[in-house]
Design a protein around this ligand. Sequence first.
Ligand SMILES: [Zn+2]
Ligand SMILES: [Zn+2]
Length: 259
Amino acid sequence: MIRFSVLASSSRGNATVISGGGTHVLVDTGISAQRIRKGLAECDLSVASLSGIFFTHEHQDHICGLGVLSKKDTLKLYCSRYLSQDLKGMAPSAVFTYLEPGQEVQVGELKVTPFCVSHDALDPLGYVFECDGVRLGYVTDTGIIQKNMPDMLAGVQGLYLESNYDPDMLQNSGRPYELINRISGRWGHLSNQQACDFIRQIAHPGLQHLVLAHISPECNTPAKAAAAMRSTLDELQLPTQLHCAAMANRLPWIEVSGT
Ligand SMILES: [Zn+2]
Ligand SMILES: [Zn+2]
């Protein structure tokens, strides 16, 4: 079994704890260290109990808590070699393991496979976490569904998936043209519709849990993201449980099993 709890997720900050076989890891530290510690405590965990922290990329909403977090504990950080150059300045005492897309690493009982995503960052990564045959996909901050993704994520029983913006809300947001183009472009973020299209590509009845994540507070609402995905899941007749991650509240543990 793998279980995971989203401590926070939106365009303003992201962190998720994932556990399998007694091994606990964090993905991203994009909220304050205080909130990370509080969220871990609510999960009966601590920073010291983490076997590693995996990073998707260097944008502030994914790393900003790292500096303070690293002051009390010696952290084991997993990221691309390029990203480590940024993170070493924030966490000089941390121990780094460099990741290459497609090359799995074993961390305790969790097997972790990073893969490329399409985002305006240095070597941005998505992940598949696996324990005892149960697989959880982690896809955020990608402007498109790349050709590698359906293969990487085929058969996952759990999926954390960005559903960042509603296209109409983005176009009518009053934001600068360049920013709208960046968000909706190849190196930006997934819209609700792109997230739905991806689920159509990898749909299978064993997909137990789907978390919609990185929902923009300005250009989307959890209700819009959930409604679009709900109709897609219904159309596909999938029994998948749908969840929306939030910035303000931790999502309680979600358990993904092998059956
Ligand atoms: Zn982000
Ligand atoms: Zn980003």
